[in-house]
Design a protein around this ligand. Structure first.
Ligand SMILES: [Zn+2]
Length: 246
């Protein structure tokens, strides 16, 4: 087929798909979010410090926000309680957890253990694509952190997402799906405990230089230095942030 005709047909197909999807949304404008969408949205909001320690999570209020049945919200909250991100008690319902000093230290140690191993393996196996992804994730994170350091407000969600992206990319070339799955769970529990104890995003100015040093060590394939920098970075928040415990 002539090259120009094939490009033309491809463009027509793209435009048709766009309008089909737009029409479907018009005819179904109030389609409620699925329980999986709500689960991930709540999980992201929790680690972005949208809720405080001990806050009650009311299915009726969340139902209005997500436009779904209260039973869907209860199902999601039960699932989050199985992940240990939410507490459930028969008479008290669902609440955000209270954080003890010991729990935060245990979770930080465990996250550091998993992340350091993931980073070591990624430095060993990561290719040019991994280097490019890590550099891009770091570029975005630095931009967000610099904006916050200059006083930008309402960056909680984007900071949590950008920092997650950088740390996840660091371990993404480790070659183990099991390690990556386990990392997500321990990362979210540790991050949630830290923001609940800090009563906010847990942002520190020192993070900018620490993330840059971790990036440089990873790109230089200096596994030993990266390991030391990562361990210090993950534990430094416990020493320098003002934290409140139950
Ligand atoms: Zn970090």
């Amino acid at each position: 087929m002539d090259f120009r005709i094939s490009v033309f047909l491809r463009e027509i197909l793209k435009i048709t798909k766009f309008w089909m999807s737009a029409l479907m949304n018009v005819h179904n404008p109030t389609r409620p979010a699925s329980s999986l969408d709500i689960y991930w949205d709540l999980r992201k909001r929790m680690i972005a410090a949208d809720f405080g320690a001990g806050d009650k999570l009311k299915p009726d209020e969340l139902r209005d926000r997500y436009g779904c049945a209260a039973s869907t919200i209860r199902e999601v909250l039960f699932r989050l309680s199985c992940d240990r991100l939410v507490n459930f008690q028969d008479q008290r319902g669902f609440r955000m957890p209270e954080v003890s000093r010991q729990m935060l230290h245990e979770l930080t140690d465990l996250r550091a253990l998993v992340e350091r191993e993931g980073a070591r393996l990624s430095i060993e196996h990561g290719d040019l694509e991994w280097e490019a992804d890590l550099t891009a994730a770091h570029h975005k994170l630095t931009h967000v952190e610099t904006s916050i350091s200059k006083g930008a407000q309402d960056y909680n969600q984007v900071l949590a997402a950008s920092e997650w992206q950088f740390h996840r990319t660091l371990i993404s070339a480790c070659g183990s799906e099991t390690l990556k799955d386990h990392y997500r769970d321990v990362h979210d529990r540790q991050r949630l405990s830290l923001v609940l104890a800090a009563g906010g995003t847990a942002y520190r100015d020192g993070n900018i230089a620490e993330h840059k040093a971790i990036l440089d060590a990873a790109l230089a394939r200096d596994a030993k230095l990266c390991d030391e920098l990562l361990d210090a970075h993950l534990h430094r928040g416990l020493e320098t942030l003002k934290l409140n415990f139950a």
